[in-house]
Design a binder for this molecule. Sequence first.
Ligand code: ZN
Length: 93
Amino acid sequence: MEEEIEGKRTIAEELLIKASVLKWCPIHEDIILSGGANIEDAYKLANYLFTNGKDEWELQHEFQDRREMTDAIKEMFEWHGGGADECALCMKD
Ligand SMILES: [Zn+2]
């Protein structure tokens, strides 16, 4: 059960990055920043992939329905605080 939730969070995070809502700091591999796009863009991409996704983006295999999927995306977005504008570690250097 825990692993299942973890998997959904990872996918939600990947969707946010794929939609450019969030992005990884190019230098610090564990820091997530704002990618500039709106969270609505991640919902749109996720809904598109829920219908049309293939291979690793077969979201219907991961989520029971669209509501569960968009809830997971929102949760991850908020967990990352919406993504910082600047990497705190890069600012220090
Ligand atoms: Zn950085």
